[in-house]
Ligand binder design. Structure first.
Ligand SMILES: CC(C)(COP(=O)(O)OP(=O)(O)OC[C@H]1O[C@@H](n2cnc3c(N)ncnc32)[C@H](O)[C@@H]1OP(=O)(O)O)[C@@H](O)C(=O)NCCC(=O)NCCS
Length: 219
């Protein structure tokens, strides 16, 4: 996929942003807790924001963020770089006041042959959403999610997402964008949820006319 421009609605305004590199921020290398703490009194900090498809120049700093968040060292530039191929996947970056704030991934998933009956259905999945610790609460996560939903909307009638049931902030963010819980009884090949419970959510992008004519079958 060739990188380009994208428009996103942020705080009621349409913003259009071009690709470009950005400098690594020292704060990115601090190890982040796995989930953000849910704050009932959360208030978004208003700030300048842009979201666009990532390019090669972004990979080094995104890899630092991925490493800091996951605690898994090495290989992130290659892993994230594979998302630039355009082959059933995409990678978006958000900048807050010109500085890198976070990234979000999109991927097509098809259950491998012989998958258990509770395997999540084939479709486009949002995943790999990470915002730098010192940029959280500015709307970057929501903007990355809306941009990815917009990208999928050009390709499909629905978009999926799953998260750990303990990740209240992520679930609140996706609910605010329109995702609805489908089930907690599902599996994803190679994925286990800390604490044992995941939540599968879907956002329908077009009117739905019943399960019989729908690609996602029993879901
Ligand atoms: C989840 C994460 C991406 C959110 O990013 P963010 O940029 O801080 O989120 P936003 O500022 O866009 O907030 C969007 C919505 O999420 C919710 N939210 C965000 N932070 C919150 C908090 N601390 N407490 C409660 N709700 C919160 C609110 O509903 C908010 O909407 P609002 O601003 O209109 O109130 C970020 O916390 C993160 O990187 N966490 C670690 C990785 C992770 O869990 N990723 C998701 C995996 S599925």
């Amino acid at each position: 996929m060739s990188p380009g421009f994208i428009s996103v609605r942020v705080d009621g305004q349409t913003r259009r942003a071009a690709l470009g590199g950005f400098r690594a921020r020292r704060s990115l290398v601090a190890m982040a807790p796995r989930f953000a703490a849910f704050d009932e009194r959360h208030h978004r900090r208003g700030t300048e924001m842009s979201v666009c498809l990532a390019g090669e120049d972004d990979l080094a700093v995104l890899a630092q963020l991925a490493e800091a968040h996951s605690g898994v060292t090495g290989g992130w530039a290659e892993r994230l770089g594979a998302d630039l191929s355009g082959d059933g996947r995409a990678l978006f970056v958000a900048r807050v006041q010109q500085a890198m704030a976070g990234y979000g991934r999109v991927r097509w998933f098809s259950p491998p042959p012989g998958s258990p009956a509770d395997t999540v259905p084939a479709g486009w999945y949002l995943g790999g959403l990470v915002v730098a610790l010192d940029r959280r609460g500015c709307g970057a996560g929501a903007a990355l999610t809306r941009a990815r939903v917009g990208w999928v909307a050009e390709r499909a009638d629905e978009v999926w997402y799953y998260a750990n049931a303990r990740n209240a902030v992520s679930l609140a963010l996706h609910a605010a964008v329109g995702f609805e819980e489908v089930t907690r009884d599902f599996s994803v090949p190679g994925v286990s949820f800390e604490g044992g419970l995941g939540v599968l959510c879907r956002l329908r992008l077009r009117p739905h006319h019943g399960d019989g004519d729908h690609a996602s079958g029993r879901w």
